[in-house]
Design a protein around this ligand. Structure first.
Ligand SMILES: [Zn+2]
Length: 247
């Protein structure tokens, strides 16, 4: 699991870094084009006074949120266009040299983005690249390695999250549930009568007759303890004996 942390931007910088309140509509993926960890990227972005910003920097260790998603960022070079105004901008770190750190950062980004898609009820159509908004070749290394490959990584993380929420039942679990259901159904159809008053009135007098003669004695707890099917059998035997002139 990718560690998610925050390094909040001072509100005094909002007018420069994220002046507009908005509701985000999609994710925009970037590569930093640099070799630095997320906390350095975030600190540098928050410290300078340029209208350049992003929401999250992801490296090989963590996903670091550094601007609120309810505000814009200046990241996709399209002014007050859709990219800057409605994107949640994600910078993937260590992209200059690539290698293992970048590979791990990309995997973390895929997992983090899948979490965002889940949170907002979005799909892969809401994963865009910086290039879509102003043509800049960004996220450069992610595209070099294959954009569709990255989308597939996000998709696979999304599938994992969905599986976690709806765990698949094993066949043994299904059988166990079926067994309990069958037992419950049997209990509903074959209740146990513990007192003479619980016996249905169409059988009550017959059962009383059998009890009075000690033919039905109940159980050790002083209860009748007669299931519906046992009760029916006893009553039918008694009525049969009556018909035969025995009882
Ligand atoms: Zn970019």
């Amino acid at each position: 699991m990718v560690t998610v942390t925050t390094q909040p931007c001072p509100e005094t910088k909002y007018n420069i870094k994220c002046p507009y309140v908005r509701t985000p509509r999609f994710v925009v993926v970037h590569n930093t084009g640099n070799d630095a960890p997320a906390k350095n990227e975030a600190a540098y972005m928050q410290r300078n006074d340029r209208e350049v910003s992003f929401h999250v920097a992801v490296d090989d260790r963590e996903a670091l949120q550094c601007l609120p998603f309810g505000r814009n960022a200046w990241a996709s070079g399209d002014g007050r266009g859709d990219g800057n105004m409605y994107g949640i901008h994600i910078e993937i770190c260590w992209s200059l040299s690539g290698g293992d750190r970048f590979a791990k950062a990309e995997r973390n980004a895929a997992e983090y983005i899948a979490g965002l898609l889940r949170q907002y009820g979005w799909g892969l159509a809401q994963v865009r690249k910086h290039q879509d908004f102003d043509g800049k070749y960004c996220p450069h290394r992610t595209m070099d390695l294959g954009w569709q490959r990255f989308l597939n990584m996000v998709k696979s993380e999304l599938d994992k999250l969905q599986k976690k929420e709806e765990p698949e039942l094993t066949q043994a679990q299904v059988k166990e549930i079926a067994k309990k259901e069958a037992a419950a159904e049997f209990a509903r159809q074959n209740p146990v009568y513990n007192t003479i008053d619980e016996v249905p009135d169409y059988w009550r007098e017959d059962v009383r007759w059998l009890m009075n003669r000690g033919i039905l004695r109940g159980n050790a707890n002083g209860k009748l303890g007669l299931s519906r099917s046992e009760c029916k059998a006893a009553v039918l035997v008694k009525r049969g004996l009556e018909k035969a002139g025995v009882a």
